[in-house]
Design a protein around this ligand. Sequence first.
Ligand SMILES: [Zn+2]
Length: 183
Amino acid sequence: MTDPTRHLRSRRFVCAQCRLDPMAIPARDLPAAFVDSARRWRGFVETVLDHPGGADALATRPGSGTWSASEYAGHVRDVLTTTTRQVERILLATDPECDAVDLWAVVESGHYDALCARALMDDLSAAAFDLADLLGPIDAPQLARTGRVAGAPVSVETQVRLALHECRHHLDDARRIVEPARV
Ligand SMILES: [Zn+2]
């Protein structure tokens, strides 16, 4: 479970796994990109659930040390809600210290496998729409505003692009886990 966003911290790149270049997306398209990601997640989950054993496939870890598709979905939902909270805080305060939540630990202790996959998609979609709504009216100076996470400076734009990569990258993870099991 390596951190798929580690490269984003320093420079532009095309992710070797999911092929997304999060820095290449025009800022005006970011809200729609989150909505699109949520739609793709729901489409994937609904397709899996249409097959016998689909719910189990979503909830099963492929091996020790690798999350299940449901755990990745729960993580993406958490990334979206945390990003929204952090962006709201940065927009309202000057260089605020934001919550530094260990979202990986949250999944490890969260029993996300036991969640209803469709309810999880409702939550993920709602979180994506909330973030898209927040980003819709934001202008360039607001995207450049910064806060701190664990003492390190981070801009609204970086937070948002990191979150978008998480959405796309972990959907790719989920597909890789589930699709071989359905063959
Ligand atoms: Zn990626």
